[in-house]
Write a protein that binds this ligand. Structure first.
Ligand code: NAD
Length: 283
């Protein structure tokens, strides 16, 4: 007989999420609260962070930490504030990122490519490294874990242009290498999310910082009903992508998992090259 379990999977844990002011970061923050954790959200837009805390189901278990993931100083200060307020850190979610709006190499001159690369890699790759560098000692103390947001573009083409795709492939490298370096004290895993209706922006250096992926959803350039994706009628709302973040962070349920990446993308890897219209859609 199983005892009835009331407590959440992350009861009493403390999490720090970069890019927690919107999108999947905000959704994971809310889900972690529901699982019993306290959550600090770090991001470069202080107003968005404040609004997230105010709108949350448990503002008393939240902390808003404005800062930029390109700043090691900001990240170290954030980790210190988390430890001061909550006494420890169990879960780190490097997540803050930007996209390149599928900008092909054929549509960028050399200068634009350089600018896009420098801005995007400094956030999506260096930002993840700096985040882990600032927090690993706290995670060692708690035998905690890192759960990185990766992407369908960490495995497949056409989830971005070459710069974004390379940055998300680099994220896979970080999961592998950091899982190796931080074992056995700290587990490091990733969630490779697919297309979600969020506030995802582009590089300011090529004028794409005012564009948001939610506009692309609104104009149906991206839809939740792409027939190339096996589970094409699954939700594209970020809250429906949070389960794997809970599983991987849970010591009880994933204590022997490290270096793993869960694809949460509707099954892109099994889309094949046959005529799916003759298959599952008729079920
Ligand atoms: P989002 O824009 O809603 O969230 C990203 C957050 O990061 C924002 O709140 C933003 O202010 C913050 N941020 C950006 N640059 C920052 C910086 N330099 N310092 C601090 N904070 C910064 O978009 P999202 O879709 O939730 O993106 C989160 C992650 O999900 C990203 O890593 C993205 O690559 C990944 N992802 C998104 C999709 C999608 O379709 N939306 C698909 C695959 C992967």
């Amino acid at each position: 007989m199983f005892a009835t379990q009331q407590a959440g999977w992350l009861q009493g844990d403390v999490a720090l999420i970069t890019g927690g002011g919107s999108g999947i970061g905000q959704a994971v923050a809310e889900r972690y609260l529901a699982e019993g954790a306290s959550v600090a959200v770090f991001g470069r837009d202080a107003d968005k962070l404040k609004a997230v805390v105010e709108a949350s189901s448990a503002p008393e278990r939240m902390l808003a930490l404005p800062g930029d993931v390109r700043s090691s100083e900001d990240l170290h200060a954030a980790v210190a504030q988390v430890a001061a307020r909550f006494g420890k850190l169990d879960i780190l979610v490097p997540n803050a990122g930007i996209w390149d709006y599928n900008r092909s190499i054929t549509r960028l001159d050399g200068q634009q490519l350089t600018d896009t690369f420098n801005e995007l890699f400094s956030i999506n790759v260096l930002g993840y490294l700096l985040t882990v560098q600032a927090a690993w000692q706290e995670l060692v103390k708690t035998r905690g874990s890192v759960v990185m947001t990766l992407s369908n573009a960490s495995f497949h083409t056409a989830g971005g242009g070459p710069v974004y795709t390379a940055s998300k492939f680099a994220g896979r490298g970080l999961v592998n290498q950091l899982a190796y370096e931080l074992a056995p004290k700290v587990r490091v895993n990733g969630v490779a999310v697919g297309a979600m209706n969020t506030d995802l922006r582009g590089p300011a250096s090529i004028g794409l910082n005012e564009r948001t992926i939610s506009d692309s959803f609104a104009r149906s350039e991206i839809t939740g009903n792409n027939p190339l994706i096996p589970l094409h009628d699954a939700s594209v709302e970020p809250q429906d992508f949070t389960g794997s973040y809970v599983l991987l962070a849970s010591r009880k349920n994933a204590g022997n998992i490290t270096g793993a990446i869960v694809p949460v993308d509707g099954g892109i890897a099994v889309r094949g090259f046959g005529d799916r219209a003759a298959g599952g859609d008729q079920l």
